[in-house]
Write a protein that binds this ligand. Sequence first.
Ligand code: 3HC
Length: 303
Amino acid sequence: MSPIPHGIRTLGVLGAGQMGLGIAFVSALRARVPVLLYDKSEAQVTKGLAFMDKLLEKDVSKGRISSEDAKGARERVSVVKELEGLRDVDMAVEAVSESLPLKKSIFASLAATLRPDAILATNTSSISITKIAASAIPTGLSAASDEGKQSAGRVVGLHFFNPVPVMKLVELISALQTTPETLDRARSFAVACGKEVTTSKDVPGFVSNALLMPFINEAIMHLEKGIATREDIDTTLKLGMNHPMGPLQLADFIGLDTCLAIQQTLYEGTGDSKYRPSVLLERMVDAQFYGKKSGKGFYDYTS
Ligand code: 3HC
């Protein structure tokens, strides 16, 4: 029996993009857990680790952590080049792009590779955890069998927010199959990462994005209709409601492709027209204007 309540002695993180990297960062620095980072793109891993170094240096220079803490955290993060390298982890957190077929194939591989008691968490923003959990049942096993229930029961939603090192929340989502033990351990791990935890049922967008995305979409429709300029829409919400960012700026920050994927999941999952993505958002994504990460969204980030 592990002395730590979550029992996670080694964590695997799949995806070294802004979310995966942030999750690796708080796990290594705050929960002090060794992290194995996997991404199929070596360039993404290199970029992510360089960013982690910068974040640690900044925290040291601001006196928030000692240089020993920074060195320890950095040393706790290592890279694996194949998914099989995650074989012995106690929990894997998937943070790849918002695509159900991609997540299904990853969870099928994780279920086949990791120990039966390892937790399989997804950082999805809106996709059904129950659907993802169903893909973690090894081929040939029935969902109603003890082994099928055990395999799907270790899948859980662990939804971090961007930027992960700064945002204080993790949303915990239980699939229909998730066991109480998986939920408790995942919650306890998020707390060890320094996060406050809220729970949501497995509905499209959970609590966070079911509320945030219609707000962002309304702002885009206000721009589309020419009701106000992008600056006036953002300034109204920033100064009028004390939001740290206006909704268009926030959409650029999250990624317009991600916003569209979440809105499509909400619309398809509920059939409710209030979630229908605006045409302007679709056209921005068609044009490959993905927001801050691509240099252009509602604002320009090239200079
Ligand atoms: N990674 C790590 N740290 C970051 C960062 C990043 N990508 N971006 C900013 N920070 C840090 C800065 O380094 C700085 O740290 P410091 O206090 O040690 O100096 C701190 O955040 C503040 O940054 P800045 O001074 O540069 O700028 P701001 O004061 O404007 O804050 C912000 C930036 C924290 C991003 C703030 O604007 C904010 O809170 N915005 C709203 C973010 C938000 O709503 N996130 C949730 C998005 S929804 C989501 O993630 C769910 C998903 O499913 C879609």
